[in-house]
Design a protein around this ligand. Structure first.
Ligand SMILES: NC(=O)c1ccc[n+]([C@@H]2O[C@H](COP(=O)([O-])OP(=O)(O)OC[C@H]3O[C@@H](n4cnc5c(N)ncnc54)[C@H](O)[C@@H]3O)[C@@H](O)[C@H]2O)c1
Length: 362
């Protein structure tokens, strides 16, 4: 399956095909304007897929370099970016050469950031290997690294030349990362499509299912398609793209207060989505029963739903400082029902009251 992201001269294809990693070289070769490909991946992904992808380029007679970095969020750093720049300079990588990001969201964001900045920008291609990267982070061109002051604080909107998604890579993912990715799939259903939400309810995907061959193609295709539509409409997040932050304002608050070592991103988003649905029902802007359906699917997926009440005040405070908060109001993404979303601007001073009411009613 191929999805075209139509962004004028920055348009690109998302190729979704099982067992396609072996032909990565063949698919990506046409995007190389220079003479070198540099694959950047992390140790975990390299173990399973590094040689497979490297060999597919060698088979095409291409000059390939590979850099393997440490896995984890701590690699989305200036120090790591510096090491990549140094590697590229040492290998004589020029403006016409191509970087390939092979890995999860960390590798994709980091390599995209380096591609956007090295020599004022060189081409890059995404081969996402985690569920989150396959359905979310590899599409849309947001690239970034973290600073000691917060996540994703330095970055760019920089589109890849293409995205190649092979769902076979999901079989080696740790379960917690699979569940984290599913939180984003639930989010897409909740904000854009009741039909897709029902599909997730019915299919009740588990990593075990996937390891036994159950196809994730429809999930990947649908999510990429939702993201494609939003990105085409609002590439630079001035409007509708903000809907993708459903559950994330509260989620980010939780992650931040816990110093990013408590709830995972997906868990925090799951909690955020449920609480927002409850707050919406309390305000009378969300259909009654929406929370119940959302909570069931979040729980069924293996995500927690309980809000960490002991850090409630700090979370609300952190929401007020979210980098997406503009002016005096906080933009909350609300559901009018499953599959229908809108942006509600709420005064910061009302947030505590809303969160309190939401928690009481959970
Ligand atoms: N750019 C965007 O639009 C966007 C959107 C959402 C999230 N993000 C970013 O994505 C990052 C999180 O991404 P993530 O959840 O993929 O984390 P990740 O890249 O850290 O991957 C999770 C773990 O799984 C491992 N892994 C990845 N693929 C594997 C595979 N196929 N087999 C075995 N192990 C594998 C990784 O080594 C890592 O240990 C965060 O930094 C977040 O800010 C970016």
């Amino acid at each position: 399956m191929i999805l075209k992201v139509a962004l004028g001269e920055k348009s690109y294809d998302i190729v979704i095909e099982k067992n396609s990693l072996t032909k990565a070289g063949n698919l990506i070769k046409p995007f190389l304007k220079g003479d070198k490909i540099v694959i950047i991946t992390d140790e975990n992904v390299d173990k399973y897929y590094g040689d497979l992808v490297l060999n597919s380029f060698l088979k095409e007679g291409l000059v390939v370099e590979k850099l393997v970095i440490k896995p984890g969020e701590s690699s989305k750093s200036i120090d790591q970016a510096m090491e990549i720049y140094k590697f590229l300079l040492d290998k004589g990588v020029g403006r016409k050469d191509l970087l390939v990001a092979l890995g999860g969201g960390v590798v994709g964001d980091l390599v995209g950031y380096c591609a956007a900045t090295y020599l004022r920008g060189i081409d890059f291609y995404q081969i996402p290997t985690s569920l989150l990267a396959q359905i979310d982070s590899s599409v849309g061109g947001k690239v970034a690294i973290d600073l000691p002051y917060g996540k994703n604080l330095v970055g760019a909107f920089y589109q890849p030349k293409g995205v190649l998604i092979d769902e076979m890579t999901l079989t080696t993912l740790e379960e917690k990362y699979f569940i984290d990715g599913m939180a984003e799939a639930i989010k897409y259903g909740a904000i854009f499509s009741e039909e897709f939400f029902s599909y997730l309810e019915t299919e009740a995907f588990t990593l075990l299912d996937v390891r036994f061959g159950k196809s994730m193609e429809k999930v990947i295709y649908q999510c990429c398609n939702f993201k494609r539509i939003v990105v085409e409409e609002d590439q630079f997040e001035n409007g509708r793209r903000a809907l993708l932050n459903f559950g994330h304002t509260i989620g980010h608050g939780i992650e931040k207060v816990e110093g990013f070592v408590g709830h995972s991103h997906g868990e925090a988003v799951g909690i955020g989505m449920c609480l927002i649905a409850k707050i919406g029902e309390y305000l009378g802007v969300t259909d009654t029963g929406t929370y119940e359906r959302l909570r069931k699917l979040v729980e069924q997926t293996g995500l927690p739903v309980e809000f960490p009440v002991n850090i409630k005040v700090e979370v609300v405070d952190a929401m007020g400082y979210d980098k997406k908060a503009q002016g005096k109001g906080i933009k909350l993404i609300m559901l009018s029902g499953i599959g229908k979303s809108f942006i509600l601007e709420e005064k910061k001073e009302n947030l505590m009251n809303l969160v309190n009411r939401g928690i009481e009613l959970l």
